[in-house]
Structures are given as structure tokens and as C-alpha cells.
Design a protein around this ligand. Structure first.
Ligand code: HEM
Length: 409
């Protein structure tokens, strides 16, 4: 391969070069590196100064085997999430991804009831989401060509999110821009902090208004949630909403992109799914495994410990690569093949243990609605071979573009 991105030859990429490129590494061929790590250095000490290491630690380790990653995510007393509070918390404020133990459980209990598609909008949320998908397709259906990444996958989850929050749709672009800046805070802290502040100023009056006049949206449910007489403060609700911009919108964007990428590059699979929509849930789960939208999760060792006979000193950062774990040949047969008939697909694309994704049902519903809508509306859907796309990234992973041609219906 001769492709050169950011001055680095993709075929010359190794783990040190990859880590040096940071969380949003614009490269595609990462899986061969992870396979070599799983085989030879499953607990890899990240060189000091790499932009994905935890800055306030003497040591950071990257782990890539399924069993190791699962164990670390499960054992939250030994591998704390507090490090997320000290990194992402700087821009997000206090959120559940940076909490441990009882505090985490309390907040999770307050939050999760507001996040099931069944309760949102009095049970009408799915039809609202379907209407959103079709409205977005309307904007490009007549053209006969589009970039599904830019024209659909990027816009749709955020539109759903804005609807979930009951925000004016005119604010969508602005909210999305702030969301992206939040997302990239590790890369550009100044931009991230400005976006966090803007979102705080934007969302606080909305939260206060919902306290006075509740609706059937997620903000109203969050301000009303109560456990042992305690409610979330305005600041805690806003912090959670800022987390959702990142946790809910960017992830689903990448996942949908990967599903489209796979269908576009496998016409037989596309025909099969078109004819039998009951296959969409398996398509969703296999895409979650094959290119996990969130690549890495950070934890911190609370005591001297060990993983796979490698000593992990107390205070070390442990970067769990769920994307690499989901390709572990010890767990999955032919892990590099995309196989929607795969049995026992116990992927950990939504994480594992106490922090398992609180929005997985929403993500699944959103994706199923979107794929059905795209297949219903776009016939003879084909990739534009003149503009090839690639799946890229390290901490987040999805296609860089999806140029297509089609006949609309
Ligand atoms: C395909 C889409 C999605 C993917 C791949 C994904 C992935 C993940 C992962 C890996 C975690 C674990 C974080 C950790 O252990 O530190 C997580 C947590 C979380 N996700 Fe998702 N997510 C998706 C969609 C959503 C959606 C749509 C929402 C809500 C609207 C959401 C809300 C959350 C929340 C609130 C947490 C924190 C849970 C906790 O700390 O207890 N996610 N997600």
C-alpha cells in the first residue's frame, strides 16, 4: 500500500507511530498491529509522552486481549474510572463515566430510567426517530448521489439527540460543533474548554425551564429523578447532557458509518439484508464487534497488581483496547471476517461491567430505524468507486467518507 496520511506511510505504521498520532489517528490499517500486540506484547507499556497515555502517570499500559480487557473493566475496585474524571471531567464536569462504587451506582440508578426508548416521548420515540431519518434522507434523495457519512450518519444521531433533549432544531449545528470540540479535548484542550463552557451556558437555562415546566423529554426526566430524597443538581444534569453529546451522538455516527461501509462493500450481504430485515440486529452486533466505534477505555490501578504476569504499579494508567479485544482470535473464530451469522457474538463494544453503556438500547433502536430507512429509500445503492473510503481512527473508529450513487424511491 502506498497511501500516505499525515506524512506517515500506512504500511510503515507500528504501535509507537500509531500511539504518537493520538486518539483520532487518521489511519486505517491498525488491526495488524493489534494482532501482533495480542500475540507478543498483550500488556504493552506505552512510551512516556505518547498522546494517548495518562499524563499524570509514571506508567501507562495498553491491553489488547479480550480476557484481560474484560477482567479490568469488571474489577472496578482495582481499576478505577476516576482517571476519566481528571481528564474528561475537566470539560464535562462530574459524570458517571468518572465515578466508582456507590457513587457511580447512585448516579446510574438516577439516570438509566430516563434512557429507555420505551419511556421516552410516552413510548412514541421510535416513530419520532423514524420521521427524523426520513427527513434527513429527503434532503439528498433527489440528487442520486451523496456522501452518506456527511449527509446522513453524521447528522442523524445528533438530530435524534437534539429531539431527545427537546432542543430547537435550529441549534443543531451549533450543538454539534461544540460536541465535536468536546470530543477532541485531549487534542485541543483550549477548544474543548470553550465548548464545555458554551454548552453549560446554553443548557443551564433549558434545564431550569424544564424544572418549572416538565415535558416528556430526557431533561425533564433527569430533573425529576430522585433516589433516597436526593435529586441531581442543575450542574449535574448539564454535565450528564454534555457527556451524552459525546457518548450518544459521535458513537452512533461511527457505528452507522461502519454498517453502511460493510453493506456497500459486500453487495451480496446488502441484497440479503434488503430481502430479510430480520438480519439487521445481527448486522448491528457484528459491526459493533468488527469495528468498535469506541476503541479505548481508560482505567487506573488503585493498588499494585498484575495483568498477564506483567507488574502494574499502583497509579498506572491502563488503556483497555476494546476494538482490539473484539478481534481476539482466542475469543472469536476468524475475527477479521465480518460474519453476520456468527454465533455467540459476545463483543464488548458497549464496554463491560458496571459502566456498560447506558444507551445501548437507544443506539440499537436508532441504528435499526436508520438502516431500514436507507434501504427502503435508496435503490441500487453503490459506492462511488472514484472516491474510495476507509475506516480510520484509534480511540474512535468509523469511515472517513461514504460517497455513493443510488436511485431514490
Ligand atoms: C453505537 C453507539 C454507542 C457505543 C459504541 C457506546 C459505547 C459505550 C461504551 C464502550 C461505554 C463504556 C464506558 C466505560 O466503561 O468507561 C459507554 C458508556 C455510556 N454510554 Fe454508550 N455507546 C453508544 C451509544 C450511546 C447512546 C446512544 C447513549 C445515550 C444517549 C449512550 C450513553 C452512555 C452513557 C451514559 C455511558 C456511561 C455509563 C456508565 O458510566 O455507567 N451511549 N458507551
Amino acid at each position: 500500500m502506498t497511501d500516505t496520511i499525515a506524512g506517515i506511510q500506512e504500511d510503515a505504521l507500528d504501535i509507537t507511530a500509531l500511539l504518537g498520532m493520538g486518539p483520532m489517528a487518521p489511519v486505517s490499517n491498525t488491526h495488524a498491529i493489534y494482532a501482533a500486540l495480542r500475540k507478543e506484547q498483550p500488556v504493552f507499556e506505552i512510551p512516556a509522552g505518547a498522546s494517548v497515555s495518562a499524563t499524570d502517570h509514571n506508567k501507562s499500559f495498553l491491553i489488547t486481549r479480550y480476557a484481560d480487557v474484560k477482567r479490568v473493566l469488571k474489577e472496578d475496585a482495582t481499576y478505577s474510572s476516576d482517571i476519566n474524571q481528571r481528564t474528561m471531567g475537566v470539560v464535562m464536569g462530574p459524570t458517571i463515566i468518572g465515578m466508582d462504587g456507590k457513587e457511580h451506582l447512585k448516579h446510574r440508578t438516577l439516570i438509566t430510567p430516563s434512557m429507555t426508548p420505551r419511556v421516552l416521548k410516552g413510548g412514541n420515540f421510535e416513530s419520532a426517530v423514524r420521521a427524523t431519518a426520513h427527513e434527513i434522507i429527503d434532503t439528498f434523495a433527489d440528487r442520486g448521489s451523496a456522501d452518506l457519512h456527511h449527509d446522513f450518519c453524521f447528522k442523524y444521531p445528533l438530530r435524534v439527540f437534539v429531539d431527545l433533549l427537546g432542543l430547537p432544531s435550529d441549534d443543531l449545528d451549533q450543538v454539534h460543533r461544540w460536541g465535536i470540540d468536546l470530543c477532541l479535548v485531549a487534542h485541543d484542550p483550549e477548544k474543548g474548554l470553550i465548548a464545555a463552557d458554551k454548552l453549560l451556558n446554553y443548557l443551564t437555562p433549558l434545564v431550569q425551564a424544564k424544572r418549572r415546566t416538565p415535558g416528556s423529554d430526557i431533561i425533564s426526566m433527569l430533573v425529576d429523578a430522585e433516589i433516597n430524597g436526593e435529586k441531581l443538581s442543575d450542574y449535574e444534569v448539564v454535565s450528564f447532557l454534555r457527556l451524552l453529546v459525546l457518548a450518544g451522538a459521535e458513537t452512533t455516527n461511527h457505528l452507522l458509518g461502519t454498517i453502511c461501509y460493510v453493506l456497500l462493500h459486500d453487495p451480496a450481504l446488502m441484497a440479503r439484508v434488503r430481502a430479510d430485515r430480520a438480519l439487521i440486529p445481527s448486522l448491528f452486533q457484528e459491526a459493533m464487534r468488527w469495528e468498535s466505534p469506541i476503541g479505548t477505555l481508560m482505567r487506573e490501578a488503585t493498588a499494585d497488581t498484575e495483568i498477564g504476569n506483567v507488574a502494574i504499579p499502583k497509579g498506572s494508567g491502563v488503556l483497555c483496547h476494546i476494538g482490539a479485544a473484539n478481534r481476539d482470535e482466542r475469543q472469536f473464530r476468524e475475527p477479521d471476517s465480518f460474519d453476520i451469522d456468527r454465533q455467540d457474538n459476545e463483543h464488548i463494544g458497549f464496554g463491560y461491567g458496571p459502566h456498560y453503556c447506558a444507551g445501548s438500547h437507544l443506539a440499537k433502536m436508532e441504528a435499526e430505524v436508520a438502516i431500514n430507512a436507507l434501504l427502503d429509500r435508496l435503490q441500487d445503492l453503490e459506492p462511488d468507486h472514484a472516491k474510495p473510503s476507509r475506516i480510520i481512527g484509534f480511540s474512535f473508529r468509523g469511515p472517513d467518507s461514504l460517497p455513493v450513487t443510488f436511485r431514490s424511491r
